[in-house]
Structures are given as structure tokens and as C-alpha cells.
Ligand binder design. Structure first.
Ligand code: GCU
Length: 662
């Protein structure tokens, strides 16, 4: 139950003390009715006490604490609560009691209380109780030891530089606090593509260095994990083979785990990418995925470690003329027959969509299909295909749809979370930039990831409104206008980037800006197959048969172009440009319209943002304004390139006679 609203008691003024790197833990001057004492039981971790102490000062000022005060905030452990859960309830004497199931639970409880207060919700009569739906909530960094970040758009790595571990302790502490405040409990610090020097992160020399990072995160209840190269025994110690059935390779990994746990006793485990995009793996050695994953799982098992085994495996050396191969089918075809063969400490890590983090995809049919194997949902917070943190893009809006996507038997994906899907991973969008995320408003995506990982049923609207309040304060104008602008941004981007589920019309390699045929004749298997007559891939039973990987009821809906969600029409169907949409417009006219509208929508966003100038801290206002101007250029380029492409391809003009050539 939410606490009663007593907004008038709080006058929060953010702005004066705003610092971009405080993100959603901003200081705000706020009048509080009476001072408090802080009391805690002996088993409460020191960090929960510190965060409570500092957090209350941040919100209400120094005078909030007074040892003589009649009322108190008391922190305690209450083992009757669900794992990592908390309760924050008023104690009936003007104070509040924060109880946590365990050390992490109290930390989360403190942050939840601070969130309630900073959002202007009063705690008189409060009773906020919560526990995470998903036990493992993990951030995946794609950072390299040379300091660069694969698909990173916010500066260099927080953890690495010049081939080694190198970090600013204060910055990592700040990062750990931000992550703990949204409920994250594990972190992979290096890229899934483990190459060159990155392979050495599990070497004898580097483990103690990595352990220093683990020491910082541990304080906040966050366990460290590493991406490893499957062929590490060969690459690090010149073993003849990495074969998972080879005794030497098996004992190498066992010894390696013993070594790691000596330095990092709560090491969370390994994240592994194999047999994909030029990586070796068990398949290349004639073994199954289960054999490969289990070898690592058995080495980690005595210490309580986990293997996150990625399912992003497909043939990236396709012949575009061969329409019998269909890339989205690959993960299910490979893994479904191995259901039940994986050890219990293996989590199959599945990207939300069957393609690759496109703006619009159906959910992967593998999610929820592995009835005897644990799974981890992988989301991408970094904006690879979604605007490089130049264009505004609300991932909360996208993920809300991912969680609502049907998973068979009348259940949505959110119903499987925490149950069949016991883990959730988000590819990080942060770097050394002062504001962490390049685009200040992209902080909202990291925030939303944590909040939705904790509870996938939260709405995008609620978490976005919350982020805006915590970051920019309770200014009415900002609170009313900004969440809406952020929430609509996903649809705006989709209009000019990928209408009707097309996807992939991006520039090759870096994936920003339009290139309608950039991927069309390559080996990556990401085709839209536009001709002068039709566009899209027939993935129905009559086509590639991809729809058959879904449960019967979902397949039925997708099979028919009339019942298939219109946003996914061209993902599942090959259709003539004259195909009539529900709006009555033809498919082609819709593409033209969407691209014109996309630009107009960005112009409207800029206008709206300008109107907020006096209400947003200067640094944030200036940097977001600059990015919005860049986004407008991008939207115009998409409009002109894509509309021109289709006009030339079809010869059919825009019925509204707008200018199509750039
Ligand atoms: C995408 C992305 C790569 C990444 C890969 C993965 O293809 O472009 O940079 O390595 O996904 O998730 O493994």
C-alpha cells in the first residue's frame, strides 16, 4: 500500500545543488516537520546506516538528525520477510521502522524509504513492503581492459584502462550506490567478447586486481562476475584443448575457480558467449552446449557460482540468396532440444527478441520454452540500435511491452519472471562521462532497468515519473511535461527508424543512421528483402516456419496478417506495398507518413524542452538541448533516405505530395 500523499509538507527544490553524477540521488532542500534519531540493531550493515543518515540529510538538510529527538528511524533485520525484501512502516510514534529480511533487504528498505520521501510521499501512516520478483538482477558491462566499451556511448570504462584494472574508488562507490538504490545485486564488469588482454582477467596476476572492484561492490550487496573465454585453458595456459569432456580442461577450470574464490569469496560466476560471431565454443569442438556449460557450472558449483550461458548463437556467415536459413530461428533450434540437460546453476541468457535488440521485435520464443532449464532475460540498456544516447529513447516503454508480450497459456512474460526466468541482465549504458550516460535523460533507462528487474509489473509511466521527480525535483511543470516526453520517445524513434517491425535499415557496424540496404546483401542474415512489389519476410508456416516456435495460440495470432500486431507486420509477413492497414492507409503510405511524423514529433519535443528551460538545471538543460538538435538532424536524414528509397523502389508517390528527395 502506498503511503498517504502529504505533498504540501514538502517543498523540494532541486536545481541549486544539482550535480549530474548524483543522477537520481540528488540533494533537495526540503522542510521536515520534526527531527529524528537514528537507531539500529547490531546486525544491520553499516552501509544501510550510512545511507540512511546521509540520505535523510540530502532530502531534509543537516537538522533532520538530533540525538535528543523523541521520534526515530529504526533499522532492523526481520528474518520473517522474503529474501532481500523490506518493510518500511510508521512506528506510530512519529518515527518509522525499516525492516529488512537480510543485510541487502535493509539497504533496499532504506533506499525505498528515501525514494518515497524524495518523491514527495509522506511517511506518516506509511507501510511500504516489497521483495524482488527476480532473484538475480545483474548488470552486464561490455567494457574492455583497454578502457573502451563495445557499444558504449558515455565515455570510457569505469573499471579498466591501458590493459588493466584501473578505477577511481570514489566513482565506483557512487556507481555501486546508484545500482543498489535500484536493487541490482550482481555485475559483470567485462565484455562478452573476451579478446586479447581481456582473457587475462582470470589470470593469477589479474584476479587480485579484479577483487578490489568486488570489494567495493560487495558493501552494497552486489556480487561481481566475469565474462570468460571458453578457450581460456588453451589461451592462458597452453593446454592442448578446451574440450569440455577433456579431463585436463575440466580440472583447469576447477583450479581456476578455487583461485578466484580465494580472492573473491562471493564471486557470482561466469558469463559466456560461445559459438557465435567468430567465437569458438563446445559446438566447434563437436560437443553440445550443455556439455560446455556444465563443465563450467561444475567448477563453480562448490562455491555457489553461476554460469550465464548466452543463447545469442546463429550463423553469421549466411548466403543472402539462401532463404531457407532464418536467423531468428537459430537459438530455439539449438537450445530447445537440450532442455533438461543443463545443470541447476546454469542460466541460459536469452535476448528479449530473436534478432538483436532491434527497436521492435517479438519476444524470443525461447523465453519460457525451456521448462527444465533456468533462464535469464537479457535486455540492452545501452542504446546500440536505439539512438546511441544521442536520440531520446525510453526503454521503459519498450520493456513494458516486452513484459506484456504473451508467453502462452494466457500468461505474459512478466508472469514467468522470477519463476521460469530466475535472472535478468541489462547491458550497461554508463561510462566515465560526468552524467554517466552521455544523454542525461538516458539515466532514466538505467533507473528503469533496476526498478523493472525488481518488479517487472511496474508501469513505464510510474518508474519514469519517479525518475523525473528524483532527478529534477517536484517542480509541477517538469513533473507534468517531462515524463510524457520521455515515454513517447520510443514511438517517435520507431516512426523514423523502423516502422512495422522492419529493423536493420541502419548503417553497418556502428548501427546509427539510415542505410536501407546496408545489411541487405551481407552475411549477417538480417534481411528485409524489399523489392519493387513487396517487402518483409514471410515467417509463417508457409514461409520460414519461425512462427511454429511459439505456442499454438501465439502462432495463430502471428500467422495471420490481420491478427498479427501491426507493429510487427513486416517482421512476420511479406506484403505488397498496397496492403491496407487498420488505419485505411496502404503500407507504403504508412511508411511515408511515419517518417514525416517522426521529424515533426522531434520538433515538438524540442519545443517542449525549451519551455522547461527555467525549470531544469543549466548543465542538464544545455546538454539535452544539444542532443535534441542532433536527434532532429538524424530524424530528417532517416526521413529523407528511407522515403526516397521506397519512392525509387516502388515509383509510387506520397499521396500528400510532400517533398521526398533530400
Ligand atoms: C550485437 C552487437 C555486438 C555484441 C553482440 C552480442 O550483435 O552488435 O556488439 O557483441 O550483439 O550480444 O554478443
Amino acid at each position: 500500500m502506498r503511503p498517504r500523499q502529504r505533498r504540501e509538507a514538502f517543498i523540494i527544490e532541486c536545481g541549486a545543488n544539482y550535480k549530474e553524477h548524483f543522477a537520481w540521488l540528488q540533494p533537495c532542500g526540503n522542510a521536515f516537520p520534526h527531527p529524528l534519531r537514528l537507531v539500529s540493531s547490531a546486525d544491520v550493515p553499516a552501509i544501510a546506516i550510512d545511507e540512511c543518515w546521509e540520505g535523510m540529510k540530502r532530502i531534509f538538510g543537516e537538522n533532520i538528525w538530533n540525538n535528543e529527538a523523541a521520534s526515530a528511524i529504526s533499522l532492523e533485520i526481520d528474518g520473517s520477510l522474503s529474501r532481500e525484501g523490506y518493510r518500511a512502516a510508521s512506528d506510530g510514534a512519529g518515527g518509522i521502522r525499516v525492516s529488512g529480511a537480510d543485510a541487502s533487504g535493509v539497504i533496499y528498505g532504506v533506499f525505498a524509504l528515501l525514494r518515497e520521501l524524495a518523491c514527495g510521499r509522506c511517511f506518516y501512516g506509511a507501510n511500504v513492503e516489497s521483495s524482488p520478483k527476480v532473484p538475480l538482477r545483474i548488470i552486464n558491462h561490455w567494457d574492455r581492459t583497454d578502457g573502451t566499451i563495445e557499444r558504449g556511448y558515455a565515455g570510457d570504462s569505469l573499471f579498466f584502462k591501458d590493459g588493466g584494472v584501473s578505477f577511481d574508488v570514489a566513482r565506483i562507490v557512487e556507481y555501486a550506490r546508484l545500482l543498489a538504490s535500484i536493487g541490482i545485486n550482481a555485475i559483470v564488469v567485462n565484455n562478452v567478447n573476451v579478446n586479447g588482454n581481456d582473457i587475462r582477467l582470470i589470470s593469477k596476476e589479474m584476479i587480485p586486481e579484479v577483487a578490489k572492484l568486488a570489494d567495493i561492490f560487495r558493501v552494497y550487496g552486489i556480487r561481481l562476475a566475469l565474462s570468460v573465454h571458453f578457450e581460456s585453458p588453451v589461451m592462458l595456459d597452453c593446454l592442448p584443448s578446451a574440450d569440455p569432456l577433456d579431463e585436463n580442461a575440466i580440472s583447469w577450470w576447477k583450479r581456476k575457480c578455487e583461485e578466484i574464490y580465494r580472492f573473491i569469496p562471493d564471486f557470482a560466476g561466469f558469463l559466456v558467449k560461445v559459438d557465435s560471431e567468430f567465437r569458438g565454443g563446445p559446438q566447434a569442438l563437436g560437443r553440445s552446449q550443455a556439455e560446455g556449460a556444465n563443465m563450467l557450472a561444475r567448477a563453480l558449483q562448490p562455491f555457489g557460482g553461476i554460469v550465464w550461458w548466452r543463447c545469442f548463437i546463429y550463423n553469421n556467415l549466411q548466403d543472402w540468396r539462401d532463404s531457407s536459413i532464418d536467423r531468428p530461428k537459430a537459438p530455439y533450434e539449438l537450445f530447445k532440444p537440450q532442455d533438461g540437460l543443463f545443470d541447476s546453476n546454469v542460466m541460459l541468457q536469452v535476448k528479449n527478441g530473436p534478432s538483436d535488440f532491434q527497436v521492435r521485435e517479438p519476444n524470443s520464443p525461447l523465453l519460457g520454452a525451456m521448462k527444465h532449464t533456468k533462464e535469464c532475460l537479457e535486455l540492452q540498456i545501452t542504446q546500440e540500435y536505439t539512438g546511441h544516447q544521442i536520440d531520446l529513447y525510453s526503454l521503459a516503454s519498450q520493456w513494458e511491452e516486452v513484459f506484456a508480450f504473451p508467453s502462452g497459456s494466457g500468461r505474459a512474460l512478466s508472469d514467468l519472471m522470477g519463476d521460469e526466468i530466475a535472472s535478468i541482465a541489462g547491458v550497461a549504458n554508463v561510462g566515465l562521462d560526468d552524467n554517466w550516460t552521455g544523454h542525461t535523460l538516458a539515466q532514466a533507462n538505467l533507473y528503469a532497468f533496476g526498478r523493472l528487474a525488481w518488479n517487472p509489473r511496474l508501469s513505464a509511466k510510474d518508474v519514469t515519473e519517479e525518475w523525473v521527480k528524483l532527478t529534477f525535483g517536484l517542480d509541477k511543470k517538469v513533473n507534468e511535461a517531462l515524463p510524457d516526453m520521455i515515454l513517447r520517445s520510443r514511438k517517435v524513434y520507431e516512426k523514423y527508424n523502423s516502422p512495422l517491425g522492419l529493423g536493420w535499415m541502419v548503417n553497418v557496424a556502428h548501427h546509427y543512421g539510415p542505410s536501407p540496404e546496408g545489411y541487405e546483401f551481407t552475411k549477417w542474415g538480417t534481411y528485409h528483402r524489399a523489392s519493387c512489389k513487396a517487402i518483409g519476410i514471410d515467417r509463417t508456416a508457409k514461409g520460414t516456419g519461425f512462427t511454429r516456435q511459439y505456442s499454438a495460440e501465439i502462432a495463430r495470432m502471428l500467422e495471420d496478417a490481420r491478427t498479427c500486431p501491426e507493429e510487427l507486420l513486416l517482421y512476420f509477413h511479406r506484403l505488397p506495398y498496397s496492403f491496407e492497414l487498420k488505419s485505411g492507409e496502404t503500407l507504403l503510405q504508412h511508411i511515408y507518413d511515419a517518417h514525416f511524423e517522426g521529424v515533426e514529433d522531434v520538433e515538438a519535443m524540442i519545443e517542449l524542452w525549451r519551455r522547461l528551460e527555467k525549470h531544469i538545471p543549466k548543465t542538464a538543460f544545455a546538454s539535452v538541448s544539444k542532443r535534441l538538435e542532433m536527434q532532429l538532424e538524424n530524424a530528417k536524414e532517416w526521413r529523407d533516405v528511407i522515403n526516397t528509397y521506397f519512392f525509387r523502389m516502388t515509383g509510387i508517390p506520397d499521396k500528400r505530395r510532400r517533398k521526398i528527395y533530400p
